[in-house]
Design a protein around this ligand. Structure first.
Ligand code: SF4
Ligand code: SF4
Length: 378
């Protein structure tokens, strides 16, 4: 149940990827749930049309997976709902930028169904009803194929966070606003995973993203492909590999809270070779080590004012800003006004969702820990 599989893969050459992925998946029987005639959906991470080499699931690993699936007589649909409009024009741009079009040459379908369905999920912790992308209902089983990256709001984007992409892009700001506390946002994403029930989760950690992720960071060689039937256990290993304290990742906290994974990697059964990346530059995560949202010691004692003082916030590097207004358009809290062609953030309104940082095409917004949080963390 707590097994996570790992294999080394030093680059995206077809030969290395094909060998590594076959060894990871076929030798461990991880694709044995696939039967002839099935339709398998691959929920990739196609976050945006920016920096596909480190931001998105790489086309070469997707190509290798699709071949393993079609060899078993199943059909494949690849899809995602990137941030932004969930329309053919927008998503087709993302398909083109992230190299998905070349997969069609192998008979793979890219999702073209832009309708939405409503989920009723009474057993959810917080998301008892939500909208999701309807293409997933065309599939007999779903494989979650994520990318390992730093993330402004959640500290890390890997398996569990990738499932936020089943929410239609235009609705994502609303969900950020509805679940503005990072712990509730994490609980909501865990609910989405429990609803989706991916049959398998794979992580592309051949090249990850460090620094100002998940879109404007820097590519970082990691050299691993990872897989598990459990996205929660897979995230636990991912955090360990990039040197994150699991207490700093709200989605891992929410998974532990629900009994979905052990509370440390000692509880995992890790099969295969892996290594840690000691110099991985993690983003300044949302929560201070001393301050852990609802129920945390300082939160309980001092409340929301201190939360505001301690939580990381987006900060503008004005020299990199081209005044495109994308941050202004996407901000779910309407906390941004444009002044003299540059964004100004109303700190009282800001809910620290980092949508502006994630979707700034120039990487001009960065997550910064406040001075008082830095001091307390020391
Ligand atoms: S999205 Fe980035 S470049 Fe565009 S206005 Fe905002 S900060 Fe400037
Ligand atoms: S300013 Fe940025 S971090 Fe703050 S609410 Fe708006 S999008 Fe979210």
């Amino acid at each position: 149940m707590n097994k996570v599989y790992s294999v080394k893969c030093s680059d995206y050459s077809a030969e290395k990827v094909n060998t590594a992925l076959a060894s990871l998946l076929e030798e461990n029987g991880l694709l044995d749930f696939i039967k002839e005639g099935m339709t398998i959906g691959i929920k990739a991470n196609l976050v945006s049309f920016m920096k596909p080499e480190a931001a998105a699931t790489h086309p070469q690993v997707l190509k290798a997976l699709c071949r393993l699936i079609t060899t078993r007589g199943a059909k494949v649909i690849i899809g995602d709902s990137p941030g932004g409009l969930y329309t053919p024009a927008f998503v087709n741009r993302v398909y083109a930028a992230t190299g998905m079009r070349e997969l069609e040459e192998d008979g793979v379908s890219l999702n073209g169904n832009y309708s939405q369905n409503t989920a009723d999920f009474p057993e959810a912790a917080v998301a008892k009803t939500f909208q999701y992308t309807a293409w997933l209902d065309e599939c007999d089983a779903v494989i979650n194929f994520c990318k390992l990256k730093s993330h402004g709001m959640m500290g890390m984007s890997a398996a569990v966070k990738n499932t936020f992409g089943i929410i239609p892009g235009t609705m994502k700001p609303e969900y950020h606003f509805r679940y503005s506390n990072p712990e509730d946002f994490a609980r909501m994403i865990v609910d989405l995973n429990l609803y989706l029930k991916p049959a398998l989760t794979i992580c592309d950690a051949v090249v990850g993203m460090e620094g100002n992720g998940p879109t404007a960071g820097t590519p970082k060689d990691i050299g691993l492909l990872l897989a598990s039937p459990s996205p929660y256990c897979l995230d636990l290993l991912c955090a360990h590999i990039i040197g994150l304290d699991t207490k700093d990742i709200p989605t891992i906290g929410a998974s532990i809270e629900r009994g979905l994974c052990p509370d440390s990697i000692q509880g995992l059964e890790i099969c295969g070779e892996y290594h840690t990346v000691e110099d991985f530059k993690n983003i300044e995560v949302h929560n201070s080590l001393l301050f852990k949202g609802k129920g945390g010691v300082l939160h309980t004692v001092m409340g929301n004012t201190l939360h505001s003082l301690l939580s990381s916030r987006p900060v503008l590097k004005a020299a990199d800003c081209v005044g495109c207004k994308e941050c202004y358009r996407i901000c779910p809290a309407k906390a941004i006004v444009m002044k003299n062609g540059k964004p100004q953030i109303n700190r009282k309104k800001c809910i620290r969702c980092f949508c502006c940082q994630e979707f700034c095409p120039k990487g001009a917004l960065k997550a910064h820990r406040t001075p008082i949080a830095r001091l307390l963390n020391k």
